[in-house]
Ligand binder design. Structure first.
Ligand code: PEP
Ligand code: MN
Length: 354
């Protein structure tokens, strides 16, 4: 069997290239400049683009594969493209693409993922699976298992953030806790972060990349373009190759841990404090729920609805003021409060409708 690129061969694994291959010149020049930085391990380019609105630029198709093959021949760097159908897989392999990735809009579809897995059977091609658009890690895990069941053992993960209802500074919310859960389900898989699609702009790329490094991700996939402002897709998030190099150099890939006794002692001590505080927190939460149940009883006895107008808003307002005083972020406290509120309502619900 042809030797294939090992996703675990290097940490951090750095993948970069344009969101889309647009022209031969743009593809080759971007790849040349990336290779010249000496910091990029794999070149990426979108060839077929799944776009939200029909009629927007949907990728250059086959000719882009030829440009990418030329970039590979010139730079010596392996290449990666997104595939969504059997035809894409066949074309990519025919043009010598080294790594395939499954995009977020494809991971959501078990039929499409199965089709890709079937098309790859017997090849052992490395495949990176992006998280699905929606925050559903069972769906993400299912896609991985479909590929593994097809005999592919060189599978990795890409975290690109999740669609999110509400306001966020990000285009796609990172929801890091979901990714930590995915990691614990598949500890053996390479996990790389795609800060470009999380951020949707250049502002937060550095800090998101650093967070990924600190959560022990194995690398980054970042979009770059010789002239980002003129890009045909994702213009506001791409970096010129020089800035890509600055970003990569600026990330501190800290050591996993250390055996230094002073560190180990201090860490154990702080962890004990955390465990103690957690147990006090849970104690308080349990007391709070017992009070909520009593409220449920008096509402039931007086035949009064669970949700009382104004009460929830006044709790939130109070907490927001408190958050500022306690140096806790408003977003964090609201999330905690919402979780507590949902549980309170469900307790009252079961008391009232028992
Ligand atoms: C891409 O990588 O260009 C892309 C389309 O990403 P995603 O599938 O994460 O939206
Ligand atoms: Mn893109």
């Amino acid at each position: 069997m042809k030797t294939t690129f090992d996703l675990k061969a290097k940490r951090p694994l750095i993948i970069s290239g344009p969101c889309s291959a647009e022209t031969e010149e743009q593809t080759l020049e971007t790849c040349r400049q990336l290779a010249a930085t000496g910091l990029v391990d794999v070149l990426r380019a979108g060839i077929w683009k799944p776009r939200t609105k029909p009629g927007s630029f949907e990728g250059v198709g086959l000719k882009g594969l030829a440009w990418l093959a030329a970039a590979k021949a010139e730079t010596g760097l392996p290449t990666a493209v997104e595939v969504a159908t059997t035809k894409h897989v066949e074309a990519a392999l025919e043009f010598g693409v080294d790594i395939l990735w499954i995009g977020a809009r494809t991971t959501v579809s078990p039929f499409s993922v199965q089709e890709i897995a079937d098309a790859l059977k017997g090849t052992n091609t490395p495949v990176l699976v992006k998280n699905p658009m929606n925050p559903d890690i069972d769906l993400w895990a299912g896609a991985v298992v479909r590929l593994q069941n097809a005999g592919l053992d060189n599978v990795g993960l890409i975290h690109r953030g999740f669609s999110y209802f509400g306001h966020s500074q990000y285009r796609n919310s990172p929801m890091w806790h979901l990714v930590i859960e995915m990691r614990s389900r598949f500890p053996e898989l390479t996990m790389i972060c795609d800060p470009s699609h999380i951020c949707g702009n250049r502002t937060y790329l550095q800090e998101v990349s650093q967070t990924a490094a600190d959560l022990r991700f194995d690398g980054l996939i970042v979009e770059s373009h010789i002239c980002p402002d003129k890009a045909w897709s994702d213009a506001s998030q791409q970096l010129v190759p020089d800035d890509l190099a600055k970003l990569v150099r600026g990330v501190n890939w800290r050591q996993d841990t250390t055996n230094d006794p002073e560190f180990v002692n201090a860490l154990n001590n702080l962890r004990q404090q955390i465990d103690q505080i957690d147990s006090e927190l849970f104690d308080l939460l349990s007391r709070r729920m017992r009070v909520a149940e009593k409220i449920g009883e008096i509402k039931r006895d007086n035949n009064v609805a669970i949700l009382q107008g104004g009460r929830w808003n006044s709790i939130v307002d109070k907490v927001v003021t408190q958050a500022r005083e306690l140096n806790l972020s408003e977003e964090f406290l609201k999330t905690v409060l919402e979780a507590i509120h949902i549980e309170s309502i469900s307790r009252q619900n079961s008391i009232m409708n028992r």
